[in-house]
Design a protein around this ligand. Structure first.
Ligand SMILES: C[S@@+](CC[C@H](N)C(=O)[O-])C[C@H]1O[C@@H](n2cnc3c(N)ncnc32)[C@H](O)[C@@H]1O
Length: 299
């Protein structure tokens, strides 16, 4: 099993491929829609000494911690913007006059965010919250567990987690919540450990349920759908959009959207099959295992 107990600095995935598909040019401006710990932003700024990056994240802490550090190094070439990428056009209103040569989105959560955000890690006992940005979301995972009907919980764990033991897990939750309120990650993780058969899998048995709750709480799929439309609209002609997904639900949205846009000649697809990490990268960074990159160029 992966060691999950210490803070891990986020290692950016597919960096060479991001640079290749963004095709970073001199004197151009790029948007990093998911700044995180700034690994990709740094790589873009280092690649071309006269380019600029507008870096966005809805996690204030990430911008304060890593953004301010990078600003000391890159000064005015880096602008930091706090907001939800679902509303990209509105969020970057100060840059409306700027031609945007490329947009990157590296969906999901960063390693240190998983560590410091209540509810995200199945290995740490924290309140069952899961909101990446409490300013942008109101409902916590604990509220979903407490108030969703049996049917709603089943649909959620199946659709967003593809959890095989959904029926057993939901029955156990319904029984448990009639006796006590589930408030912490440990309570939920232990309940799932009791009903899911032990397997040789190296993921924790509660991982899929945690994933489903996180996606729902943060409206991750709705945000991606809206982001993709706004990103294509914002790009200058010949500008490039590069997206990295970490599970099939995200990747399916990106793949379908790129295909639809290519069919109506709004974009040209640069990666028909999606690019995955090399064995060597996965060896050094296990998180790269499920990453899939897709890119298009606006026509
Ligand atoms: C995988 S991390 C990005 C890591 C980054 N590429 C790096 O090199 O460090 C994903 C980031 O996207 C942010 N994020 C997720 N959904 C978002 C949204 N709807 N709007 C803005 N930021 C979002 C998360 O807060 C997180 O910091």
């Amino acid at each position: 099993m992966k060691t999950q107990h210490s803070v891990r600095t986020h290692i950016p995935v597919l960096v060479d491929e991001v640079l290749e598909y963004l095709k970073v040019m001199p004197d151009s401006t790029y948007i990093d829609a998911t700044f995180g710990a700034g690994g990709h932003t740094r790589a873009i700024l280092e690649q071309e000494p006269t380019c600029n990056v507008v870096a966005l994240d809805w996690d204030k802490k990430a911008l304060e911690t890593y953004g301010e550090l990078l600003k000391q190094e890159f000064g005015n070439r880096l602008s930091l913007v706090w907001g939800n990428f679902a509303h990209l056009y509105k969020v970057i209103r100060d840059y409306k006059e700027v031609a945007i040569a490329g947009i990157l989105a590296d969906f999901g959560t960063s390693q240190d965010q998983i560590f410091r955000t209540a509810g995200l890690s199945v290995y740490r006992d924290t309140p069952l919250d899961m909101r990446m940005s409490p300013a942008h979301q109101k409902v916590t995972a604990a509220e979903i567990i407490a108030h969703f009907t049996e049917r709603e919980l089943r649909d959620l764990f199946w659709e967003y987690g593809q959890e095989r033991y959904t029926k057993q897990i939901v029955s156990a939750i319904i029984r448990m919540r009639s006796i006590q309120t589930l408030r912490t990650t440990k309570q939920l993780a232990q309940l799932i450990e009791r009903v899911v058969p032990v397997t040789q899998s190296n993921i924790h048995p509660a991982t899929r349920v945690f994933q489903a709750l996180r996606i729902y709480v943060n409206k991750e799929l709705d945000n991606i759908t809206s982001f993709l439309k706004e990103a294509v609209r914002i790009l200058m002609p010949e500008g490039r959009l590069v997206c990295i997904s970490f599970h099939s639900l995200e990747d399916r949205l990106v793949k379908q959207f790129f295909k639809e846009q290519a069919d109506v000649l709004h974009v040209k697809q640069l990666t028909l099959k999606g690019i995955t990490a090399s064995k060597q990268e996965v060896f050094h960074n296990a998180s790269a295992r499920s990453a899939r990159l897709r890119a298009v160029q606006k026509l």
